[in-house]
Design a protein around this ligand. Structure first.
Ligand SMILES: O=P(O)(O)OP(=O)(O)OP(=O)(O)OC[C@H]1O[C@@H](n2cnc3c(O)ncnc32)[C@H](O)[C@@H]1O
Ligand SMILES: [Mg+2]
Length: 186
């Protein structure tokens, strides 16, 4: 980035904001301002499958951009679950919307299998957030290491997982904005 730009995040979740902040700080070559808006994802509280989770991510990105008077970019991150022949997996998506670009940019995140006890509660219509609280006997897991942290023995946190998605989004955005890195040819 050559000029300072305003980026609007479509969430107030601490793990998601930390991911955006940390990932962008490490990549952006100019200062930026990050604003956080508690926008609607316009999908269910517990998105099911890639399509619904992607829709949640892009709706958050668009709604964040609309909420901010000065932002050039909106970022939306959404956590969902997806049914497979091997069981129910966590699935995560991010979307970036630049007000000067027609198409949104997408990136998907890490997936891991949920234990049967947790998966069955979700299949019965419960949300992962509260299910994780009763499973781990702790409050607010979704703003901390998340289900992914608990089920990977703390090797990957929710913020780290979302920071990979933000890097995937930002790198694609750089290429589309003509800010490609000059990689040395050997
Ligand atoms: O404030 P927002 O941005 O909505 O943050 P959130 O934690 O609710 O995150 P999502 O809406 O993207 O997640 C969809 C649902 O999945 C839950 N969830 C997703 N990932 C989770 C995780 O790693 N740990 C605990 N709950 C999670 C979350 O509580 C919601 O019920
Ligand atoms: Mg939510």
């Amino acid at each position: 980035m050559s000029d300072s730009i305003v980026i609007a995040a479509g969430t107030k979740n601490k793990a998601k904001i930390a991911a955006i902040e940390k990932s962008l700080r490490s990549m952006a070559d100019a200062p930026f301002q990050l604003e956080a808006y508690a926008v609607s994802s316009e999908v269910s509280e517990q998105p099911l499958g890639d399509e619904e989770t992607m829709a949640g991510a892009v709706n958050r990105a668009s709604n964040a951009l609309l909420s901010s008077p000065h932002a050039q970019i909106g970022i939306g991150l959404e956590g969902g679950v997806i049914e497979t022949s091997h069981g129910l997996f966590l699935c995560n998506w991010g979307a970036l919307k630049d007000k000067n670009m027609n198409a949104p940019i997408f990136a998907g995140g890490a997936r891991i299998l949920l234990p049967n006890a947790v998966a069955d509660e979700l299949r019965a219509g419960k949300e992962l957030g509260p299910v994780m609280e009763s499973f781990s006997q702790r409050k607010d897991i979704r703003q901390q290491e998340g289900a992914i942290g608990i089920f990977t023995n703390g090797r990957m946190t929710r913020a780290e997982m979302f920071s990979h998605i933000v890097a995937l989004l930002y790198g694609q955005w750089e290429i589309k904005s003509g800010k490609e890195k000059q990689i040395e040819k050997r």
